[in-house]
Design a protein around this ligand. Sequence first.
Ligand code: PLP
Length: 393
Amino acid sequence: MVKEWGFSTRAVHAGTEGQPEGATNPPIVASAGFAFDSAEEGFQRFAEGKGYVYSRYANPTVRAVEVRLASLEGAGEALLCASGMSAIAMALLGSLQAGDHLISEGSIYGGTISLLGQLFPRLGIEVSLVDTLDRAQLEGALRPNTKTLYLETPGNPLLKILPLKELAAWAADRGLVTIVDSTFATPYLQRPLQLGCDLVVHSATKFLGGHGDLTAGLVAGVRERIEPLRTGWQRLFGPVLSPFEAFLLGRGLATLPLRMERCCASALAIAAFLESSSAVGRVYYPGLPSHPQHAIAARQMEKGFGGIVAFEMASGFEGAVATLDSLRLISRVASLGDTRSLIMHPASSSHRLLSPAERAALGIGGGLLRLSVGLEEVEDLIGDLRQAMSSYS
Ligand code: PLP
């Protein structure tokens, strides 16, 4: 693999070389264990960590996709996990222990907020959720035992954009590890490691897989940070990716640039349509000049602003429910980053476990809808939204 090849070339080729029988796609190696030719060879494979032993340790199909993802993220190493949540847990547990303190951006995926707020205190890990755009809040949250800064940009569901270069530099000056969830952007649009962050995590269930047919997660960074996660946390907690899922993920990655270009163009057109609709109170899309962090997004997201648009119905919860029920093309599904367009109501799904006060503090109201723009004709998507909102326009 030539390192200098462009992103789209690497999205197709990286990690696919040297397959058995000249296969162009790394085959699905559905094997829990790998036979040793002799006892001595078995001793060596265990002792030196070279060669395959057991699929909870490593699997060739999974490995091929890790090589491709490391190349796309510009990372020394990548670790695939069974889901985005397990990737986040591995990355965080690898940098924290009982008695440590974590500062996290507050406007992030609800599952992560629940992990940090409900489970981490039971492990003796202190957590502060802050507005990381507010430097005074960030400084004020620092404690002598603060070890890690956790970010997500664009944030789920309000598309808050965080300046990664500045925040990673702030954290590095204070000796903190910076971890970023870059799920909404994918490495096609944003590469946090190049901006100074230490680890990037993804729900690969979303745009990386891209077809709504798998669950997977990714952690990427320098080898020294990834290998302890692989040989320690993942091997012993066990959330590994199955080779079948890895095969689908690898197939999805080949079209990532094409899919993201289409999503970005359609999402921008839909965001502009929604902004012009009297049924809509507010639109959240980093590509709109009206977005409060549009300038940061334009600097940081290299090729576009992503495929997720959130909007607040002017008529609140009632209008959101009526719109959801009236859609004919866009599917009511609690996921994102699929070939088909998906819509959901964050207050009752991804952020359901938060208290009403916590949701209100984040700005997640009953009238908020989050749209994941798929690959359909954009005119058809706008037409579906227009007819669904017609009684409120
Ligand atoms: N991160 C973000 C931004 C998400 O939106 C999600 C799920 O929606 C996750 C992480 C969790 O990923 P998974 O569902 O693959 O565990």
